[in-house]
Design a protein around this ligand. Sequence first.
Ligand SMILES: Cc1ncc(COP(=O)(O)O)c(C=O)c1O
Length: 426
Amino acid sequence: MKSEQIIRAPDALPPDAVSLTEQFVVPTYGRFPLTFTRGEGIRLFDNQERSFLDFGGGIAVSCLGHAHPELTETIHRQAGLLTHVSNLYYTEPQALLAQNIVTRIGPGKCFFSNSGAEANEALFKLARKFGNADGRFEILTTVNSFHGRTLAGISATGQDKVKLGFGPLLDGFRHVEYNDLEAMREALSPTTIAVLVEGIQGESGIHCATVDYLIGLRKLCDENNLLMLIDGVQCGHFRTGCFQSFQRILENSKQGGSFLPDGISMAKSLGGGFPIGGVWIREPYADILGPGSHGTTFGGTPLACSVALKIMEIIERDQLADHARSLGIWLCEQFQKRVDQFPGFLTEVRGLGLMLGLVLNDSLETHSNSGTTPALMVVQKLHEEGVLTIPAGRNVVRFLPALNVSKEECQDMLNKLDKVIKGFKP
Ligand SMILES: Cc1ncc(COP(=O)(O)O)c(C=O)c1O
């Protein structure tokens, strides 16, 4: 690095994040030309003090919005007390967070990490260790799934685009069509040890698992002594109206009452923007990863766990799960009205709670500039109106707002969406 590149005269203009990023940050991300400086609730403000309604929520992370005063206070207080001690010792926040999660899911134990990819790594290692004695190691995942960017994560992910150029990938992962129980049954091999599915596929455009699929997978795993694993990184943490998406999907099903997977990965909203990931492992398997078998320096620090505990407390106190559920139903109806009214623009709305996807008409392809997908085109048009959303695949726009977003803020977003739809000439 040339040192003169970063030395500025005292009266130089403030640094431009875009050009500095392009110069100094490895270009792994396609970024929009927006630089944010602060946030408040559902709103983000850029470096020109333009205000945006954040319906992307940092990709399903900022579950209490931005700069929530109680989270800010918790971070200050805990940082003043204890930030990190390593996992050579015990801390109360980690123990309490594990207890909290176990209480919400079922008998078992937790392991904490720093991200969703790492949470899935723990599930992969759990499965490998479980199958080690009888030579089984294969994990079946689904087509169009997303499980993170580590080497095992991209090996597990059912999308070619994340794997390109990174071969040889890890052995022992195969992908099977989502929501197709028979395909999963047929794919089983003598080396299969686990099945991993998202409760709702997020990155590929919001596809919910069906009741029969989840119940059927549980049975299939029981019959074949396989672990049933759920990736709840994006769809978990009350977003659907229940702590985990499978709880919401199965709530009215007769067999759903006793349903439990064997492992669940979590991250994103668990820390509301403060990095933390984790897994819950069902009781009979919870001690498979014994001392020395797995670990991470930063996993479950008192600071991260205090933030996660505070988030749990606020979500419960403010009844945000019920809020996400009822607002999600209303928002879905509002989207459906637009699907019915503007079929040339929108074809479908999918999802549960505050994890919704609007499917764009394929014909928008011809209106997007070369190299721009319909999803990107609409996301950019929404930026011009001051709304942030997340593209998924070629033609889905995702809405993953904070769980405490108000109906008025949703209406504000819908008015801006209407301007984009009406500004479009079929
Ligand atoms: C379902 C799912 N699993 C895993 C991950 C990876 O999480 P992280 O980016 O925190 O590693 C993501 C991220 O988008 C995800 O959506």
